[in-house]
Design a protein around this ligand. Structure first.
Ligand code: CMP
Length: 173
């Protein structure tokens, strides 16, 4: 009987033990994610799922994390440290809890800008293949990303409008 079981499907108890092991192994990742506002609406189970599919990576000061025009790669959520991105003629600083890399994934286009670690950056990366299914399963994260994209677009629009007004090349009023 025991032998038969050994070759059969794993028992619920065995699955439970494996899950407990995995949760213990992932405890530091889950703890790090719990402090990220970006993920604040997620349940402990969701956080565990992200810790399972995400990869924690560290980048040294001055190191490019994503490079303009490059293809592929995932979404990054900064866990610690700061990174800079030059977009629309302005340098933006991104810090803990902020994300980047969503544009290439959403538009299925090459990277729109280079993002560089200003100081050591620890980031959670979600690979492109997981990105869309992840957003569909976690609408609160999808809305947070939408808000971020709208905010970034708005900042560039306002700046372009100010520049046009300054040079007198805007639309006549
Ligand atoms: P992506 O195009 O994948 O790679 C470069 C990233 O820089 C981009 O996604 C955004 O996450 C980020 N980025 C682009 N423009 C801005 C901006 N104006 N402000 C902040 N971040 C930006």
């Amino acid at each position: 009987m025991d032998r038969q079981l050994a070759h059969g499907p794993p028992s619920e108890r065995a699955i439970g033990a494996l899950e407990r092991d995995l949760t213990e192994e992932l405890a530091p990742e889950i703890e790090a994610l719990r402090g990220v506002p970006f993920f604040e609406d997620l349940t402990p189970e969701d956080l565990r799922r992200i810790a399972t599919i995400g990869e924690r990576r560290t980048f040294g000061a001055g190191e490019p994390i994503v490079t303009k025009d490059s293809v592929g790669g995932g979404l990054y959520v900064i866990l610690s440290g700061t990174a800079t991105v030059e977009a629309g003629g302005k340098v933006h600083r991104l810090g803990p809890g902020q994300f980047f890399g969503e544009m290439a994934l959403l538009a299925r286009r090459p990277r729109s800008a280079t993002v560089t670690a200003e100081e050591t950056v620890e980031a959670l990366t979600l690979e492109a293949t997981y990105f869309r299914p992840f957003l569909i399963k976690n609408p609160s994260v999808a809305v947070t990303i939408l808000e971020g994209v709208a905010e970034r677009l708005r900042e560039v629009q306002d700046r372009v409008a100010r520049e046009h007004a300054g040079t007198g090349s805007g639309e006549p009023s």
